[in-house]
Design a protein around this ligand. Sequence first.
Ligand code: BDR
Ligand code: CA
Length: 315
Amino acid sequence: MATKIILDCDPGHDDAVAILLALASPDEIDLLGLTVVGGNVGLQSTVTNALRTTLLANREELPVYAGCPRPIMQPMVTAEHVHGDSGLDTASGELLAVPQTKVQTAHAVNMIIDTVRSHEPETVTLVATGPLTNIATAIAMAPDIVERLQQIVIMGGAFHEPGNITPAAEFNIYVDPHAARSVFECGANIVVFGLDVTHQMLISSARLEAIKNHAGRVGKAVADFLDFFNQYDMSKYGWDGAPLHDPCTIAWLIEPEIFNGRDMAVTVDSNDGPNLGRTVADWYQVTDRKPNAKVMTGGDSDRLFSLVVERLSQL
Ligand code: BDR
Ligand code: CA
């Protein structure tokens, strides 16, 4: 049976690919809606980009809900330097069209609460590919949803890998470390894809060509925006392509064998200072804290990109 998910995102190039991968996989994923948060760019733009992505997939009926425009305590941090001013800039300069459909009137946080409460227990999965503000707020407003959740699958954190926004922290966790800490400590089943995994999933030039040439109409548009996305990270890291972070979450729900990881106790540093937003895992069980998350540590990048090409070609 397909896993029912709410995808909480801040599109964002890699968020957009995660949305498309979910929409292209109806046998495995039942996408109930997109809840959007401010992150890569401001909320208005992340919402517009979520709508753009539904149109690209010819799925404008998919409901899109606007959520929190800023973190719980921290001043807002965005990533136009990575994703461009629109948050979804393209190499060609031609932005994806914006559909006529409008964002839903309900707030994203209320949608999360109502959806989890109205489904059978343990049948709804939250997938988070942006800062965790919406999810932390939903849990603060309605703590009863925690035990009703199937799981929370998160792209965020850096365990052995250095951070990408500060030396210690990954972007999604750093933007709202207080939200992240409360989510990791909430007691739900958590699966987390940090930079340790996603930095193995590079959009090399050969993979970009495969998306452009073998993933149909949608693949051509995706290649155009990933071509832009690649530029900043290629010059930052000197790698042959940017990491395809967010789709790892959806790919794991479709084909879990692609990835490996293990259960660990994870905490988030929410104290001001150089470690703000750092995710700390008890790798060798040197404390008596019980594991609270499955920390993914590796994966087969060729399989991930084959899956992306194969599924995008079906849209
Ligand atoms: C994360 O930050 C964002 O820029 C990406 O969309 C991804 O969710 C990677 O650190
Ligand atoms: Ca994201």
